[in-house]
Design a protein around this ligand. Sequence first.
Ligand code: SF4
Length: 315
Amino acid sequence: MRPSQADLIELETNLPRSANKGAQWRMPYAARPRYIQLETVTKCNAACPFCPQNELDRGVPKMPDEMWKKVVDMTRGWGITYRPFLTNEPFVDKRQPEITRYIKENDPTAKVEYNSNGELMTEKNARAILEAGVDILRFSIDGLSRETYEPSRVGVNFDSVYERVPRFLEIWREEGYEEKGVFTEVRCIKVPENAHEMDDYVAFWKPKCSDVLLTDLYEWPWMGQKAADVPRKPCLKILDELFVYANGNVTICCWDVHERAVIGNVNEQTIEEIWTGYAANHMRALLDDGRRDLLHLCSRCNAYEDYDFSRFVAE
Ligand code: SF4
């Protein structure tokens, strides 16, 4: 979740708060994760300047089939929204229709969501993923013109995106997937370079999809933040999400590109054990006390620095 979206999330304030004695805040952590991201491959077809994707080194380029199946099997019936990607373009992995179908099989509570840059969404891929049962497809398209788009999404072909994503949306609408409840979104990171296009951007995309989202550019941890400037605050990002890397390691924050906050491994533990385990609870306890400085990953993160956490102050 991006900091700019923090106000939009529905926090279940009736959930049991963490019981850390002495913590300054008590955040409402979900009893089980509600979102699981699976880094099925580590590659991306883009080289966006704001993304550290090209720094990934997991030791393996691809998550084995047995691993993603094991994670899905361990969490069936939990009402999970699975996102089979992490810091990569999901459709680099040709297994996505198979992965979606496997997740949706025999689990009416499961949803599958993708964020894609759209370049690889050929008509064939569009039909395959829609037929497999995808629930949510978000396309990140940061500009309406070649001039604004290409400096942001380096390596992605503007013409392909503006041909394939509208075609995907036509198929989605004409072949009844909209009526079946499949949600589509086109989203754009607003920057000074594309600000003048935003009204036309919304006018172009809004009639074609379920929704259009304009967001602010966010800052990953360890992108030059200084320890002294990092706020002593808790975090909204770790309330209900879990992230599994291609090598089986698990982290609690989607911005942990370099595995600085690994809390378990799915080769050795169940998802339940990882979510409720010592490492995850220790991290929550420190963040509930605003002690980002004691967590390697968080010690250079200024997410939510302006967010008002007063409703979570420990009584
Ligand atoms: S790095 Fe730490 S403080 Fe920053 S968003 Fe992730 S978990 Fe929260």
